[in-house]
Design a protein. Structure first.
Length: 237
């Protein structure tokens, strides 16, 4: 799929599934995504008052976690789907975090911020959806300060048999049917397993992090490799 048509298709997917996105995330991750994010936040050790940007923020769960951990620091949530941002904005308002969190409709490939702006840049369950993941990682690195962290939490490829076989059966056969039942989106959820086929495994993605210039790169496979956390540090000048 050409990058432009992929971008347009991904946009249409997320615009259409936004109201059911949180429910489908539970199903997609075997209800583990909250535990994965909790583990991620522990590893990140967000410092009070620090600034963060959550790229492809979707319905803003991670954006909210970052704001709560920072306490007073400005947090930006950026996504190209207005429908997703609208769902996120409602959550943020309910939690009275709308003065701390700013939501922006924008492109992960070209972040509308100056170099060295944030302490943390995160992307959750979205790196496999972008037209060019290397470009997005470079942009995340550009906008964090020297010593700042670039963090990706993403679905990955299980390495342990027989779990690998069960997982792929679930992903390729069961999940699209659940998508059809719950979100009326068979085509969109059939596409999700396809998005993982060409996506690098956790070791390859760690290497990509290093190749973009990030240092102290850590990779953590989660739940038998169903997901993976990657953390890299922008070198200090």
């Amino acid at each position: 799929m050409a990058s432009k048509s992929k971008e347009q298709f991904v946009h249409s997917v997320f615009e259409s599934i936004a109201p059911k996105y949180d429910v489908m995330n539970d199903i997609l991750s075997f209800r583990r995504h909250k535990a994965w994010r909790k583990f991620t936040m522990k590893k990140m050790n967000v410092q009070p008052g620090s600034k963060a940007i959550d790229i492809c923020c979707g319905t803003c769960d991670w954006t909210i976690s970052l704001a709560e951990a920072s306490g007073t620091g400005d947090v930006v949530g950026l996504d190209f789907s207005q429908n997703m941002l609208d769902v996120g904005a409602d959550k943020i308002k309910r939690l009275h975090l709308d003065k701390q969190i700013k939501l922006i409709r924008g492109n992960a490939m070209e972040l509308p911020f100056a170099d060295n702006t944030f302490d943390y840049a995160t992307i959750g369950f979205a790196l496999r959806n972008v037209p060019d993941l290397v470009q997005v990682i470079k942009e995340m690195q550009r906008v964090v300060k020297p010593g700042g962290l670039v963090v990706s939490l993403e679905l990955s490829k299980p390495t342990w048999q027989p779990f690998k076989g069960i997982y792929y059966f679930y992903f390729q056969r069961v999940l699209p049917m659940l998508g059809k039942l719950l979100a009326k989106s068979y085509e969109q959820y059939r596409w999700l397993p396809e998005s993982l086929v060409s996506f690098p495994d956790h070791k390859q993605l760690a290497e990509i992090f290093r190749n973009t210039g990030l240092t102290s790169v850590e990779a953590y496979p989660l739940t038998g490799g169903v997901a993976a956390l990657h953390i890299g540090k922008k070198p200090k000048a």
